[in-house]
Ligand binder design. Sequence first.
Ligand code: G1P
Length: 298
Amino acid sequence: MKRKVTKAIFPVAGLGTRFLPATKSVPKEIMTLVDRPLIQYAIDEAREAGIKEFIFVTSRGKSALEDYFDHAPELENSLKAKNKTRLLDILETTNMDSGAIAYIRQHKPMGLGHAVWCARRLIANEPFAVILPDDVIAADKPCLAQMVEAYEETGGSMVAAMRVPEEKTSSYGILDVESETAGGLVKVRGMVEKPTADKAPSNIAVIGRYILTPDVLGNLNAAELGAGGEIQLTDAIATEIANNRPVHGFQFEGQRFDCGSKAGFLQATVSFALAREDLHDDFYRFLSDVIPVAQAAE
Ligand code: G1P
């Protein structure tokens, strides 16, 4: 019997140097997409997929993240006294049940595989999800919920996947495809971390959502340094295939934004703002005014 996926790891130890100086004192996961920090989108997606335990792999300088998920008694009391129920409801989405959230420190930045491995004792012998909060996915049904449904059929390990332009393969884990079904499910026969276009086995890239078996943690126990001199999650998943255990790529429905880059963050901001009923009209008018001016200046 396949076990339900109830635990998720959120690797949030990165320094966020691409967003300096903002990230000098603010963790990048707290940076705001419209009015919610990136990490809130990741948590909401996890909850909607049935995740009950949230494991953050953090590093020095990330205490703002812990505060974010804590209660804020002064703020709550002041809102209660003023009867601001709507704001209290918004605040409630940041609350976590006692014991549902754990923080583990990754002492050295040794790669995504190492970050996931740091959480091994909290996962024990269960399948688990990994969510990279930099990858924000707008979808009617959240990406991880789509994957959990597909995983109920496939078992094994599964990675979110999407086609990328060939010149971008060196930014992603890339799948070597054995076969592909009409529904977008890919049977994987190999995986390579960040290959150049001439070495890439396809242009189907891994996006930051994973459902993994505990065997992957076992593979990480023995992992060697991979691309970029780091311990790569991609390599530990590829070892599953070498051990004859199934790995699938799941081409989700939805639009993915790379909020680890400035351009991606800006695109997400525009897109999420346009999708918001309370902001749409004013923002749309603003864009309609500025775009012709920008075009004229070209
Ligand atoms: C990580 C993974 C890579 C994956 C990517 C998705 O890379 O190592 O396999 O394709 O996330 O965003 P990073 O972007 O952290 O360098």
